[in-house]
Write a protein that binds this ligand. Structure first.
Ligand code: MRU
Length: 362
């Protein structure tokens, strides 16, 4: 008998707008400390994205959209130079992290909004009298994007939940939860929807070295909702699969190329290959804003390399010789042939490929 679990109370707020500032839940401090950063400028939002105080593809995009609104608010009242000022703000946000396409998708959408305001007011720059209206309209656009993100995650969650067997053991990597989005999550949105439908899923969370999004964030987020979660180190996943302990693998994505390849957190590729070797379905869950048809295949996706100290140190403690050479790619590419399906708000593509992605987007 399936028991219905209610939706998690006190919904997690990854970020919210309050009194002219973007409040960002500092994900570098979790799970030890729950506190919000008050980002009052576009530059502070860019810094938060770069330092991974806010992270996860859709959340990075939303933060950038609010960052553009903050850039506009900061300009209010000045006599000229608006367009250059706004371009500088967008550039600063766009130079933070290269892999998640949601960042560039969000900046493009804000730019489109700005262009529509120019057309509406029949100007090339707002006058000092209309600057406040422009900034308010950009903020409203960012708020709309946040609301749409939550709606889409609930839709993809419901679509994905249908694929989750009852009492399934789900393996996940990194954090593709509410923390990584506006709300509800992508891969964890599927877990949440399966939980709310009474399917009693259990999650094995990879710790996700080097930044430990699985250990620090996924476990924290699921425990908060009362969803059973067991933490494992990354190297344990294959053994669990071999033992028949995993029914399905669910991950998020930072970018989906036109041929169905995905970029996601480093370690995802190894999981996909292992899943195929053990005949375990491997699903990626992502909103259509993560699809980049301009990237023909995974090789066209820029993979961010981060500071070696993320690997040499653990929780602020040195664990390797301070001068040792480190290679620290933050993402890897999983070829489409290893992906059983891509779960989106518009339905599930099984498998994701050039034809199915093009049909979905057009
Ligand atoms: O470096 P991060 O923490 O921003 O990487 C996040 C991931 O790889 C997530 O799996 C991905 O963004 C999907 S989030 C819904």
């Amino acid at each position: 008998m399936m028991e219905n679990h209610g939706e998690g109370e006190n919904m997690l707020k990854t970020m919210y707008w309050e009194n002219g500032a973007l409040m960002i839940l500092d994900q570098t401090a979790l799970p030890l400390r729950e506190h919000y950063i008050k980002a009052e400028s576009c530059a502070r939002v860019a810094e938060a994205i770069k330092k991974m105080e806010v992270r996860g593809a859709p959340a990075i995009g939303l933060a950038a959209a609010y960052g553009v609104a903050l850039g506009a608010l900061a300009f209010a009242g000045a006599p000229s130079g608006w367009d250059e000022h706004m371009k500088t703000a967008a550039r600063a946000l766009g130079e933070t992290r290269p892999t998640a396409i949601n960042l560039f998708w969000a900046l493009r959408r804000m730019e489109n909004k700005l262009q529509s305001l120019y057309a509406e007011y029949d100007v090339t720059e707002p006058s000092p009298e209309t600057q406040a209206a422009f900034a308010a309209a950009l903020l409203a656009e960012a708020e709309r994007m946040a609301a749409e993100d939550e709606r889409d995650n609930r839709l993809l969650g419901a679509a994905g939940a249908a694929l989750v067997p009852e009492n399934a053991a789900i393996l996940t990597h990194c954090n593709a939860g509410a923390l990584a989005t506006g709300a509800y999550g992508t891969a964890l949105g599927v877990v949440r929807a399966a939980w709310e439908a009474g399917k009693n899923p259990r999650v094995f969370a990879d710790e996700t070295r080097p930044c430990l999004q699985g250990a620090r964030l996924t476990t924290w987020e699921l425990q908060r909702d009362g969803i059973p979660v067991t933490l494992i180190t990354d190297g344990m996943a294959g053994y669990l699969m071999q033992q028949g302990k995993i029914d399905i693998v669910l991950v998020g994505a930072d970018r989906v190329a036109a041929n169905g390849d995905i970029a996601n957190k480093i370690g995802t590729y190894a999981l996909a290959v292992l899943a195929q070797a053990h005949d375990i379905p491997f699903y990626a869950a992502a909103p259509t804003s993560t699809i980049d048809l301009r990237a023909g295949g995974g090789g066209d996706i820029p993979v961010e390399e981060r500071d070696g100290d993320e690997v040499r140190r653990l929780g602020g403690v040195q664990i390797a010789p301070p001068e040792v050479s480190v290679y620290n790619p933050s993402f890897d590419i999983t070829p489409a042939k290893y992906i059983t399906g891509l779960v989106t708000e518009k339905g599930v593509l099984s498998p994701p490929n050039a034809a199915s992605l093009l049909k979905l987007i057009s």
